[in-house]
Design a protein around this ligand. Structure first.
Ligand SMILES: [Mg+2]
Length: 361
């Protein structure tokens, strides 16, 4: 058999040309800590030049959008053509639609929480001021200085009848030292002492995507979501009816993607954000004739590096990623047909190496 892999349907325009706006995740897509992810800065600069607006949407509620904007400019993103929304703003927008102007809301989390409430015309209340007058609601978002006293007070005011809004339920937070407890872990801690359930606005729930799309002014079918986490970015995009690009520059690996069930599968896959500028076909529509063979080890057989038609280094210099898409399409077809796929991480890491995809440090 021939091992030549070409992009099906002969598409040549960049993937992003099919959309009028991009909702883009940050951590693992644009930066990792203080460091820019490869190709991210130049890709966003190209979108800006091409007039495609970008809204960066982050579940991290702790920092105000202006602070995140400073971070983005600090890694080299040119100003203009993009803005930032966070889950604190989605929480504040949710409450502003339901409470009167100036209503008192208990703010738990970093500065981003109180900032968003003030911006939405509500009055953020700190734990020390809870006794002054009742609060109508609580917004609980991530903060690194949250105390037991603040968490205990969340349970108390919620049991007293205040509405409880959680910015997101991410259980872990990536740090330079590994995983740390995320907002979802602190929400769960409060839940152990109450019988209440919070309303959640962050990804994968639709409120943050709705807020981002209202900034873009684009219809759902004209909006693309890009992210590195299947259970937040991609599941949320699917639930909101938005197409999505999954990138391997963050926390999830090729193994996670290959074994993903349908609600977690993205429309497109790429090594990093540079995939937006390559002619990416939708993975679920990948024609059977272009699928790879499944090897006896339960992973797709990858042709040697530099094989004609694979497209590494062609066109825009990012490679067209066709072989990665073929690998994923092959895995999903095998999974749907009940054929056994490898589950051990090492087998898929080997495929990543063959594809030239570097695991993040
Ligand atoms: Mg991320």
């Amino acid at each position: 058999m021939t091992e030549e892999i070409t992009t099906p349907a002969g598409r040549t325009e960049p993937l992003i040309a099919r959309y009028r706006g991009l909702i883009c995740d940050l951590d693992g897509v644009v930066y990792r800590g203080a460091t820019a992810v490869p190709h991210a800065v130049e890709t966003v600069a190209r979108l800006r030049a091409d007039g495609v607006p970008v809204v960066f949407a982050t579940n991290n509620a702790s920092r105000p959008p202006e602070t995140v904007g400073d971070h983005l400019r600090g890694i080299g993103l040119p100003p203009g053509g993009w803005s930032v929304v966070n889950s604190s703003q989605a929480a504040a927008a949710h409450l502003a639609q339901r409470l009167v102007q100036g209503a008192r809301v208990y703010a738990v989390g970093g500065p981003g929480v109180a900032h968003a409430l003030t911006e939405a015309g509500l009055t953020p209340v700190r734990v020390a001021d809870l006794d002054d007058a009742p609060v109508e609601a609580v917004v609980q978002g991530l903060g690194t200085d949250i105390t037991w006293t603040e968490l205990a007070a969340v349970g108390r005011v919620v049991e007293g009848g205040a509405a409880w809004v959680a910015t997101n339920l991410d259980l872990t937070l990536p740090t330079p030292y590994g995983k740390a407890p995320g907002n979802g872990a602190l929400v769960a801690l409060v839940q152990t002492a109450t019988s209440a359930e919070p309303h959640v606005v962050g990804k994968p729930q639709p409120a943050l995507f709705d807020l981002a799309r209202s900034r873009l002014g684009s219809a759902p079918e004209d909006t693309l979501v890009c992210g590195d986490l299947l259970h937040t970015d991609i599941e949320g995009a699917n639930a909101a009816g938005l197409d999505s690009l999954f990138v391997l520059s963050g926390s999830s690996r090729l193994r996670d993607l290959a074994l993903a069930e349908r609600p977690l599968r993205p429309t497109y896959v790429a090594a990093d954000l540079g995939g937006l500028l390559a002619p990416g076909p939708a993975v679920p529509a990948w024609p059977a004739a272009h699928l790879l063979q499944l090897g006896p080890g339960g992973v797709p057989r990858v042709p040697r590096d530099g094989h004609p038609g694979v497209g590494h280094g062609s066109g825009n210099g990012f490679g067209d990623g066709a072989l990665l898409q073929a690998v994923v399409a092959t895995a999903w077809a095998a999974r749907d047909e009940g054929r056994p796929l490898a589950e051990d991480a090492a087998a898929w890491q080997d495929v990543e190496r063959r594809l030239g995809i570097a695991a993040p440090p």
